[in-house]
Design a protein around this ligand. Sequence first.
Ligand SMILES: [Zn+2]
Ligand SMILES: [Zn+2]
Length: 180
Amino acid sequence: MKIRLEDISEEPTHKTFAATSKAVNERLAEGRHEAEEFRLTNPLAVDVTYYRAGDDLYFHGSLVTTISASCARCLEKYALPLETPFEFVLVPEGPQEPDQELQDDDLALSFFSGKEVDIEPLCSEQAILALPTRALCREDCQGICAVCGGDRNNDACSCDDTAPDPRWATLREWKPPPAS
Ligand SMILES: [Zn+2]
Ligand SMILES: [Zn+2]
């Protein structure tokens, strides 16, 4: 969503909009995540309040969406509800460094130039930052059995996955020749 600078005043303005999933998915595809681990299938619902303090623009609000995730252990797809607060500051692009005070604050700091700001890419980035490092359908997901390939959440198979590599079987069966 683009906001004209002249529409950002010292009085906080509150807006809601839906960001398309495209920007988030493009970033996911090029980012640290496996391409298929997380996909955004719904728009990103953005609830934002913004205001200016001098030349600096402050944004805060919340992001709500549902992510389609693939469990890293059992590979099942599951819906991951995402609801996260966000906060960022835009400072004018220019030769002078932004206030030390602003840099020290733990805020996401970005630059803007021109007559309007597009906050959609920043919201996408905040949504991606809020994703878990690993997609797990549940904390104790048992994953897939390395021996029979079954999903251990549905069917507790009795495979012994501590079984040694079959290639060593011949060696194990080897017995020293009887001493004469
Ligand atoms: Zn799982
Ligand atoms: Zn098994």
